[in-house]
Design a protein around this ligand. Structure first.
Ligand code: UN1
Length: 509
């Protein structure tokens, strides 16, 4: 999928072709929403925006479809997800192309994002035969005690621009095998990727003859999202985005006794111990700090380095940063694409300014690249800022390639610095001291949902549960037993004794 663009309008043509290949009726689109590309700043296409009344109808249809879908045996529901996974494999490059154009990811990372969708489909298909419940010994003779897991209802999904299709697929693949139906509101910045992913699901639905209304794509702004948040027919609301968004959504969903699954901000750190393999650490740090232009929830934003190696490591990092090519992701030589928009760029500039005011020294980066060529595009040099301590700005999440470096003397101090932020998504330690590694993963070690050893903070596999604590929101998505969030649990006591003994030895009648 290598294309070098000579003229911006070619990008719109490439995206149009990829959308059509995925089955999107491009001629039927058009409307008030401008879908633009961070690669060039140009508008690629215009799209319709759903009204609250339309969204209400969509939720109603998905709710009706649930009544049929919940009774389809789970392994047969798995057939739908299996077909979706096949179509995603077939159209991996088409979908990745749209993700690149719309989210600004380099091609390898965009392909990786679609691979993540394919992987979760595989996982969910296996899961469709493994929605296990437990049986427990009953305290009463001639009784059986067990649990069953049932479909929950409509799952509302609100997703962010930075993983425009993968995080949605974690939710959707699991929800569908669990017998739920889905209503999805993607980010306003990545609606084209959403149209393509949803069109492939529509094809899978048709191919296996599943109920048409079991998935609904809502193209809307924030107020459209609120319709989904507030609707009592939406049993689970799974939302990825900012802490502010989570703070708004969580009480509203709780107020109607709905369930919320939140994946919010991250402010992820790596501790670099004196025993670490520095070359390995270097590669882990660079990918986590500048991959996806620092715009992953899991991006590395803080380095906590033992004071005996900090100068050596920062020299190596600055040298490594100097070799990174920044520019259009359509050129395979570039490793850093654009920020999503001007407000991300401004956020990074403001953070660097605050860091300097708080005693920080910029070791490299921070400036805008080729601004003259593409006035509406925001390419930046990734920045490293040496901080005297973990000041207020370091505790904020800045969604950009901005890495703060701090030092520590003893390992407990490093863990305390790592934990002393409001967010709790991902963390890492680079060490060859096994006791330190174990300590980091222990109950009084990292307080994050993800705690890695000799691996960076980003790039998790789908097989593990994904999510974090504190302001990150506490939700778990993707692998392990995250599926339980998408189902309701029933406890069944069966009496085959012909008597009616009461529990706890109670005597009555
Ligand atoms: C996100 O940034 O919201 O672990 C998801 C990772 C990816 C998923 C990130 N597998 O970096």
């Amino acid at each position: 999928m290598t294309e070098t663009l000579t003229h911006t309008s070619e990008l719109a043509a490439i995206v149009r072709g990829a959308l059509e290949a995925c089955g999107v009726n491009v001629d039927g689109l058009g409307g008030p929403h401008e879908a633009s590309s961070p690669l060039t700043g140009e508008v690629l296409m215009t799209l319709p925006v759903n009204t609250p009344a339309e969204i209400d109808t969509m939720i109603g249809r998905a709710h009706e479809a649930f009544k049929t879908w919940r009774d389809v045996p789970a392994p047969l529901r798995g057939n739908l997800v299996k077909r979706w996974g096949e179509l995603l494999t077939e159209h991996k490059e088409d979908l990745a192309r749209i993700v690149t154009a719309e989210a600004g990811k380099i091609q390898s990372e965009a392909l990786g994002e679609v691979q993540e969708m394919i992987d979760i489909c595989d996982f969910a298909v296996g899961l469709s035969r493994q929605l296990y419940g437990k049986t427990m010994p009953s305290e009463r003779p001639g009784h059986r005690l067990m649990e069953t897991w049932h479909p929950l209802g409509v799952v509302g999904i609100i997703s962010a621009f930075n993983f425009p299709v993968a995080v949605y697929s974690w939710n959707t693949a699991l929800a569908l095998v669990c017998g739920d139906t889905v209503v999805w509101k993607p980010s306003g910045m990545t609606m084209l990727s959403a149209l393509a992913a949803d069109a492939l699901l529509a094809r899978a639905v048709a191919d296996v003859d599943a109920p048409q209304d079991l998935h609904k794509l809502v193209l809307a702004n924030r107020s459209g999202g609120q319709v989904i948040v507030d609707d009592p027919r939406v049993a689970l609301l799974s939302a990825t985005g900012s802490v502010r968004m989570g703070q708004e959504i969580a009480p509203r969903v709780a107020g109607r006794f709905g369930r919320a699954l939140l994946e919010l901000g991250g402010n992820n750190a790596a501790i670099i111990a004196p025993s670490a393999d520095l070359d390995l650490a270097l590669r882990g740090i660079v990918f986590a700090a500048v991959g996806t232009a620092g715009q992953r929830c899991t991006s590395m934003r803080r380095l906590i380095v033992h004071d005996s190696i900090v100068d050596e490591l920062t020299d190596k990092l600055v040298n490594a940063y100097a070799t990174l090519r920044i520019g259009t992701p359509l050129d395979e030589g570039n490793l850093i694409g654009p920020l999503i928009n001007k407000s991300s760029f401004d956020g990074m500039q403001n953070a660097i300014k605050s860091a300097q005011e708080q005693g920080g020294t910029v070791l490299c980066g921070g400036g805008r690249v080729n601004a003259g060529d593409e006035p509406g595009a925001y390419y930046v040099e990734p920045a490293i800022v040496r901080m005297p301590a973990q000041t207020a700005v370091v505790k904020d999440e800045t969604f950009a390639p901005l890495l703060y470096v701090m030092t520590y003397t003893d390992f407990d101090e490093a863990i305390a610095i790592q934990n002393d932020v409001p967010q709790g998504l991902s963390s890492a330690v680079f060490t060859n001291d096994q006791a330190e590694a174990e300590r980091f993963m222990s109950a009084s070690g990292s307080d994050c949902g993800i705690a890695n050893v000799n691996i960076g903070t980003s790039g998790a596999e789908i097989g593990g549960a994904f999510g974090g604590e504190k302001e990150t929101g506490g939700g778990r998505e993707s692998g392990s037993d995250s599926w339980k969030a998408y189902m309701r649990q029933a406890t069944n006591t069966v009496n085959y004794s012909g008597q009616l003994p009461l529990a706890q030895g109670v005597k009555f009648l």
